[in-house]
Structures are given as structure tokens and as C-alpha cells.
Write a protein that binds this ligand. Structure first.
Ligand code: MF3
Ligand code: CO
Length: 264
């Protein structure tokens, strides 16, 4: 069942989603060659807790960390650990916060200096596909229109659209109805209604779209070890169109001040 939210509830959700953006911005100051993903995780967790929220991912189906940090061939759900960031890496950080009972869930893919041109284009196109998808979230349009838009744009560059994972409704729970697929057919699926709040998260690969899950039960990597990108925004559907609850603004400001990162 899709639970719609009132305008007041949507503003509460925005606070949580913006805290995710602030957390990712804080993290982007610390990304540099040599830092481990575990160190980044603890910076993120401290930041979230010091702002009166809890890290939504920690303990979710026994997930052991506050962030998912997915490097290069890891598509999503990379568990923070001893892996060190190195020059040229593509690093997706996915973060969830629960603030006053509302979940914010957003992800950004960072480019470490030295990144290959082909990876740069993958990041750019994946981010663009997210915004193109968001534009379709208008009352009366359907979920299939959103999926079709993301899929057709990314496939026009020859990229793979991962099928095993998808976006979702978001609210008091991280995962609510409906599933928000990154592929689909126009004019199909549930209709967007005023007050719907969803997380849209294209997961796109430079090569084959097939993925495998590692034996830890979480880490999802491309089958051909090609690079993957992942961006995620929470949005609400209003009668005037979509409003983006999360934000990349603080993140991109912070990237601009970190010599180890490139702004895509
Ligand atoms: N953004 C991801 C999702 O929507 C993050 C979940 S990671 C988990 O599914 F560990 F919490 F499951
Ligand atoms: Co999500």
C-alpha cells in the first residue's frame, strides 16, 4: 500500500533528507587516497548522531555499518572496511538518516583525481538520468514513465541498467511501497499521486548490466568488473510537480574545496 504524506510531513522528511546531504558533504571533505572506508563510516556515523539522528542502515537486516561505500566495480551495498581509497577511484556513498521518525536516503558518486574519462562520462550520465527521471514524476504520469526515461537515456550511451535492485517509497520506513524501477515501459505501472514520497536511485554500469552478490550477502559487484555509478534523491510529488527533498548542493560545494576530488 502506498502511503501518501501531508505537506507538513513532507517538510519533516525534507529535514532528514537534507541531513543526509550534509553528511555526504562532510564526508566529501575527508575523501583522499589512503583513507579507509571504515574511517569514512565512523566520520559519517558521528556526524549523523551529533545532529540528533540515527544511521538508518545500521542494523537494517543486520547491516553492520552506517554507510554503504561502493568502490569502482562495486555497484551498491559495499560494507566499510579496510579497503583504502586510491587515485582514480569511483566511490559511491549511500547514506540514510532517521530524524524525528522520518527517513532520508540519498547517495552520491565521487570521482577521485585521476579518474578515467570513460568513468567520468558514466558519472555524468547517471546523475543526468536521475534528474531526467525526477522530471517525469508528475501527477497522472506513471512509474513506468520514470523507469523508461532512466533506462532509455542510459542505454543510449551503451550503459547497463542494473535490474536486481531498485528505488522505493520512503517515509517512516526506509523501504515503503512502491518499488521504483530504473527500467520500464511508458504508460505502465502505478500512477503518481499528490503526497507520494519516493527514493529514485539509478544504478548504472559501464559494461554488462549483470551483477553478483558477494558471500557477505551485501556487496553487489558488476559481473564483468566494469565501473558502476549510483546517485539517489528523495522526492515528493506535489500538485505542482516533483520537489527534491535531498540535495547535492552542499556536497558539490565541498567537492570544490577538496583537491583530491573532481567535480563532475
Ligand atoms: N539506499 C539503499 C536502499 O535504498 C540503502 C540500503 S542499505 C541497507 O536500499 F544496508 F540499509 F540495506
Ligand atoms: Co534507497
Amino acid at each position: 500500500m502506498i502511503r501518501t504524506k501531508t505537506p507538513e510531513e513532507i517538510e519533516e522528511m525534507r529535514k532528514s533528507a537534507l541531513l543526509v546531504g550534509d553528511t555526504l558533504a562532510e564526508l566529501s571533505k575527508h575523501i583522499k587516497p589512503g583513507i579507509t572506508t571504515k574511517e569514512l563510516d565512523s566520520i559519517g556515523e558521528d556526524f549523523i548522531r551529533s545532529h540528533g539522528a540515527t544511521p538508518t542502515f545500521k542494523g537494517y537486516f543486520d547491516y553492520p555499518a552506517s554507510l554503504c561505500i561502493s568502490i569502482n566495480e562495486v555497484v551498491v551495498h559495499g560494507i566499510p572496511g579496510k579497503r583504502e581509497i586510491k587515485e582514480g577511484d569511483v566511490i559511491s556513498i549511500d547514506c540514510g538518516t532517521t530524524l524525528n521518525g522520518w527517513v532520508g536516503d540519498s547517495a552520491y558518486t565521487f570521482a577521485v583525481k585521476g579518474i578515467k574519462d570513460e568513468d567520468k562520462q558514466l558519472l555524468k550520465v547517471t546523475k543526468e538520468s536521475l534528474y531526467l527521471g525526477i522530471k517525469t514524476c508528475q501527477v497522472g504520469h506513471r512509474l513506468g514513465d520514470l523507469g523508461y526515461t532512466i533506462q532509455s537515456y542510459c542505454e543510449s550511451f551503451g550503459y547497463g541498467v542494473v535490474r536486481e535492485l531498485c528505488g522505493h517509497g520512503v517515509g517512516h520506513q526506509m523501504h515503503e511501497d512502491p518499488n521504483v524501477l530504473n527500467y520500464g515501459r511508458q504508460g505502465t505501472g502505478a500512477k503518481f499521486r499528490e503526497g507520494m514520497t519516493i527514493a529514485i536511485e539509478p544504478m548504472i554500469t559501464l559494461g554488462n548490466k549483470e551483477v553478483v552478490f558477494q558471500s557477505d550477502g551485501w556487496t553487489c559487484t558488476t559481473i564483468d568488473n566494469s565501473t558502476a555509478a549510483h546517485y539517489e534523491h528523495d522526492i515528493a510529488i506535489t500538485k505542482d510537480g516533483p520537489t527534491i527533498l535531498s540535495s547535492f548542493e552542499q556536497i558539490e560545494k565541498a567537492i570544490g574545496t577538496n583537491n583530491n576530488l573532481e567535480l563532475i
